[in-house]
Design a protein around this ligand. Structure first.
Ligand code: HSE
Length: 418
């Protein structure tokens, strides 16, 4: 019998338990051996739930059971979850986790420990929820030099941005909805301020470019400043607003950022809506490859965890020490010249000609019929925006100074993903 232990019976953990219980016949048929949920570790009272018969309260009970080879860690937060991963690997168990905070902070140490113990540390569910992306990068695309990753990696913020636009809903209303659906982190600032996406792009970039990318070096800006009017104006010009986590590998360096961007309609990422995530990779052999699916939520994430368990049971000895476990990447902000969207506020609508004089002939001018953004406090004033020709950040700063003469104040700046 293959005995599986699940530590942490929250949103994802309970989904993993459900999948193991509901699919146990299918799983057992595949391995011609019983695959069974053996332990559920949680401090919560599980009385009356289907998990109650498996409940234990002490990790050592699991670690001391020689028949339990796989420990799933679906505890949130960092310290306790990391401690459990280290202890389980030291005790000679394979570890599967969905916890991206642990992978982003301790990935190299945990990989090294697993390798030294001839055990595996697996974390498909840590990025992209139900989307297979870690295994494809590690195995299916391994022959490639990956040069770029562009992703929508946070389900909560994508759900919020989509809802804000389609329902004309406020930021707070959409955040509450995302929390009710179990998409958001316990502390949703990790979602809305981009830290969750920063951890995920750091994990993917570490694997893809073969050097550890510390998530603390990822320049990160979330969606708090994105207003309904930005969606309206961007839509008018044929763009969607998305939180983009992207990185490029050029001359041995990783250029990386998480920030809201305008994405041209027709771009593969522009129609990724609601809780869906997508990851676009550029490989030297494959060219563009797109991975798409539900990026958060109980069932989708549980599916990825169970996928790791299946790989483990089939190939428990496929040990490999990834390059990022032994080498750090040089990480820099992505400062390539690009087009910018600039929303401004003024008492009088500026003339299109005056804006083109400031930013150049290829400037697109967008004017709103709204007197003001309905979600923004303050006096009525006109709202307009431009989409500029490509500039460096320094060039942009210089051009923006020209707005003073028009009495316009910049309220929001976003890069355009072309
Ligand atoms: N809070 C995360 C998200 C959950 O919204 O994407 C999945 O990592």
């Amino acid at each position: 019998m293959y005995k599986i232990a699940v530590c942490g019976c929250g949103v994802v953990g309970s989904g993993v338990c459900d999948a193991l219980l509901d699919q146990h016949e299918k799983l057992s048929r595949r391995f011609n051996r019983k695959v069974a949920l053996a332990y559920v570790l949680d401090i919560k009272d599980l009385t009356g739930t289907r998990y109650a018969p498996y409940k234990v309260s002490d990790l050592d009970t699991i670690l001391n059971d020689r028949e339990t080879e796989v420990v799933v860690i679906t505890i949130g937060g960092l310290d306790l979850a990391a401690d459990y991963c280290f202890r389980a690997l030291r005790a000679g168990k394979h570890v599967v986790t969905s916890n991206k905070a642990v992978v982003a902070a301790y990935g190299p140490e945990l990989e090294k420990l697993a390798f030294s113990k001839e055990r595996r540390f697996m974390y498909e569910a840590s990025v992209g929820g139900g989307i297979p992306i870690i295994r494809p990068l590690n195995i299916c695309l391994f022959a490639n030099d990956i040069t770029e990753i562009q992703g929508i990696l946070n389900g909560t913020t994508n759900y919020m941005l989509t809802g804000m636009f389609k329902r004309h809903a406020s930021f707070d209303e959409m955040l509450a909805r995302a929390q009710r659906k179990g998409y958001a982190e316990a502390d949703p600032t990790a979602d809305v301020d981009g830290f969750d996406a920063a951890r995920k792009i750091a994990i993917l970039s570490s694997i893809a470019y073969g050097g550890f990318v510390d998530y603390r070096n990822v320049p990160c800006r979330g969606i708090r400043e994105v207003a309904f009017i930005d969606h309206e104006l961007a839509d008018k010009a044929g763009f969607a607003v998305k939180l983009i986590a992207g990185s490029r590998f050029e001359d041995g360096k990783v250029y990386i950022s998480v920030e809201p961007k305008l994405v041209r309609r027709g771009h593969l990422l522009s129609d990724v809506n609601s809780v869906y995530n997508a990851i676009l990779t550029k490989g030297s052999y494959t060219g563009d490859t797109l991975f798409y699916g539900q990026g958060a939520g109980k069932e989708a994430t549980a599916s990825a965890v169970v996928g790791d368990i299946i790989e483990l049971l089939g190939a428990p000895k496929a040990f490999a020490l990834p390059d990022f476990a032994v080498k750090n990447a040089t990480v820099l902000p992505d400062d390539r010249p690009c087009r910018y969207y600039i929303r401004m506020k003024s008492l009088k609508q500026p003339a299109a000609g005056a804006l083109i004089d400031i930013f150049g002939d290829d400037t697109l001018c967008l004017f709103s019929k709204l007197e003001r953004d309905p979600w923004e406090e303050g006096d009525p004033s006109t709202v307009s925006a431009v989409i500029t020709p490509p500039f460096t950040a320094a060039e942009l700063e210089e051009h923006v100074r020209g707005l003073d003469a028009l009495g316009a104040r910049v309220r929001m700046t976003m890069k355009v993903l072309d």
